[in-house]
Design a protein around this ligand. Sequence first.
Ligand code: GLU
Length: 366
Amino acid sequence: MRSAVLAAALILAALPGVAVAQAPSPAPPAPVASAPPAVAPRVLPRVRLVATGGTISNRRGGRLTADDLVASVPALADHATVQAEQFANTGSSQLTLEQWLGIARRVNALFRDEPDLTGIVVTCGTDTLEELAYFLHLTVHDRRPVVVTGSMRNPSQVGYEGQANLLAAVRVAADPAAAGRGVLVVLNDEINGARDVTKTDALRLHTFESRGFGSLGVVDGDRVVFRRMAEGRHTAASEFDVTTVAALPRVDVFLVYQGAPGDLLKAAVDAGARGLVLATAGAGAISGTQNEGITYAREKGIPVVATTRAGSGRIASMREPVTSTVPAPPRLAAGDLSPVKARILLMLALTRTSDPADLQRMLNEY
Ligand code: GLU
C-alpha cells in the first residue's frame, strides 16, 4: 500500500503543472548541542564616583549619599559600571585645604590601584567647584578623565538638575576621548576645562563658562562631542606632587579697589602669608597705599603675583608703569588665570621653589 502511494506521487510529480504535496520526511535528527553564537558580552567602562557634597546632595531632611546619587539615576547603567564612595558631604566652601590634598591623593591612588578604571567623577558644591577642579588639574598624575560636577538646584527643589549633570559627567568620564584633556567640569550638558572655567552667575543653571575661550565640548543625547583642547600643562605632565605635602603654604588674595589700604597686605605677610595675589584693576593697576604693602612683601622675599579683577584678559609680567604717576604693578603675573586659580598655582609652586624666575615659569606654563 505504501509503495503504491509513493508510485502515484512520482507519476503526478512528473506531470507538468501538477503540484504535489511533499511526503512527510522522517523526523530530523536531534540538534547537536553547539556553542552560542560568538557575540562577546558588552563590557561597560568602569567609572568611580567620589562624592564630596554640595547642592547636588543637599536634600531637605537629609543629604544624599554617594550611593543615593548613583541609585537615583538608573540610566547610568547604560553607560558605565559606577562604584561610589563618600569622601565628604559638605558645602564646597567648607572643604579644607587638607581635604583637597586628601581628594587629590585618593584620585591618584584609585588610578594607580585600578588600571581598568576608565575615569573618575567628583561631585562638589558649585560655589568653589572651579577651585577644586583646578587643584586636581595640577595634582592628579594620570591621563584618564577626572570630571567634576554638581548642581545649582538641590534635590528638594522643582527642576533639580543634579541627576542630568551626574549622568552627563559619567558619560564624559566613561568616554576614552576625554583622556588627556585634564580635569573637566561638566554641568548643563557642557564640558569646560578646569583652568578656564568659572562660575559666572550666583543662581542661574547656565553658570559655568570659560570666559573668552568657550567650552571644550558638549554632552548630547547621542554622544559626547569634543571640539577643542585647552592649552597649558596639567595632570600627567604636572610637576606638582602632593603625595607628601602635609599642608599648603598660605597665599592670600587681595582685591584692588579705589583707595585700598596697603596695610592689609603687610598684615597678611606678618600673619605668615608666603605669597600674595592681587586682583588688580584692568591690566595691573593698584590703588591707595597698596604699593607700600607690595614693597613691604617684596623686601621680605614674599612673591606678589598680579591677576586681573576684570574677569577675563591677560596680565603680562614685568610691565612698565603706564605713566610716571602709576606705580609699577607687581613683578610676577599670572597671565589670564583668575585670582583664585593663581592663588592655587602659587600655593603649589611654593611647595617646590621660591625662586622668582622659576615661579614665573610655572605661572606661564600651567
Ligand atoms: N552651594 C553650596 C556649595 O557650593 C552647597 C550648599 C550645601 O551643600 O550645603 O557647596
